[in-house]
Design a protein around this ligand. Structure first.
Ligand SMILES: Cc1cc2nc3c(=O)[nH]c(=O)nc-3n(C[C@H](O)[C@H](O)[C@H](O)COP(=O)(O)OP(=O)(O)OC[C@H]3O[C@@H](n4cnc5c(N)ncnc54)[C@H](O)[C@@H]3O)c2cc1C
Length: 294
């Protein structure tokens, strides 16, 4: 890779590809708007690189690196009350930084568990939360959905906040939009996170499950249950019906049925839709039953 000075930015020539390293959100967006589909934002590059190497997508003529944009690298506490922490995590914060940050991986256990379950430490030192979510298939998405996260994006001089669940339900719309960060709130309670794979070592997850809840031990009830699932090739979703069933104290069989109903029907070369539904329903119904019975 050869580094050359260009305009006010340092750019690198990688073969025929030029890498721009803007200092601000506005400049990054302007470059993307200028080059359109000939450019791609790049954060850690770990997801993009596997796609270029496998031939699933082509290295574009321009890359817009996000590594010099300070607000995208920051973890900021918005508010802290008793038992509640509200955070903004910049899109280009690495998974390793989240893992070791006392307010992120530490104070938000569901996020901490999800981050630790992604790839190996060497990948986590480069991979970012923004890249994970923007790939639309990352393992962090179910955890962020269960935390009711909000995605903050920038386009044409405007910042926009949107619930992540709503953003995922859309088609992504304006592909020049830059994701600036995520806002989330941790309000105590318990949580668990599971990646069901075909074997222990890294393979794309068959299904990823994130769950948060509060347990009312005197009444033997679960409150504020939030369950989200994702996995290779499947659009991540919240399982609202299963959440309501669990909160109402419905039987394990009803929770099981609601989970099966809520999981999108997606199969790939490794797992059928029926297997995904069954695996998720077994795990979720068993875990919630254990939580309710203390
Ligand atoms: C060996 C290996 C193992 C892996 N294991 C896992 C795993 O277990 N679980 C998992 O979820 N993933 C896994 N991955 C995939 C990947 O590492 C992660 O999803 C990672 O978090 C992606 O982040 P990144 O910064 O590298 O994204 P990049 O590759 O830089 O970008 C990903 C996509 O997001 C876009 N993008 C990035 N940032 C922004 C932004 N701020 N605004 C708009 N668009 C943006 C890019 O244009 C690109 O389309 C693995 C990858 C490798 C190589």
């Amino acid at each position: 890779m050869e580094w050359t000075g260009h305009s006010e930015h340092l750019t690198a020539a990688v073969g025929m590809t030029q890498v721009w390293r803007p200092d601000t959100t506005e400049e990054a967006w302007r470059l993307k708007r200028q080059y359109g589909t000939f450019a791609s934002y790049v954060a850690g590059g770990t997801w993009l690189r596997t796609r270029w190497e496998s031939g699933s997508s082509v290295l574009p003529p321009y890359l817009i690196s996000l590594d010099k944009i300070a607000p995208l690298q920051a973890i900021q506490q918005l508010e802290s009350e008793q038992e509640a922490v509200e955070l903004r995590i910049g899109a280009a914060v690495t998974l390793a930084a989240i893992e070791s940050h006392p307010l992120a991986g530490g104070a938000v256990p569901l996020l901490g568990k999800a981050v630790s379950a992604v790839a190996a430490p060497s990948v986590r030192r480069q991979a970012t939360i923004g890249g994970n979510v923007m790939s639309r298939s990352g393992d962090l998405i179910p955890a962020l959905l269960a935390l009711d996260a909000v995605i903050v994006s920038y386009s044409q001089g405007q910042y926009e906040r949107q619930p992540l669940a709503e953003w995922l339900a859309g088609d992504g719309g304006d592909c020049d939009k830059l994701t600036v960060g995520f806002e989330l709130k941790q309000v105590g309670g318990s949580c668990w996170f599971r990646k069901i794979g075909r074997r222990e070592t890294f393979t794309p997850s068959v299904i990823t499950i994130a769950c948060a809840y509060r347990a009312d031990s005197t009444a033997g009830r679960l409150l504020d249950v939030r369950i989200a699932v994702g996995g290779a090739g499947m659009a991540p979703v919240r399982l609202y019906e299963a959440e309501t069933a669990a909160e109402s104290g419905a039987s394990g069989a009803s929770v099981y049925a609601a989970v099966r109903k809520g999981i999108p029907s997606v199969a790939d070369d490794y797992a059928s839709a029926a297997y995904r539904r069954m695996a998720a329903a077994n795990v979720i119904a068993a875990e919630l039953d254990r939580a309710a019975s203390g």
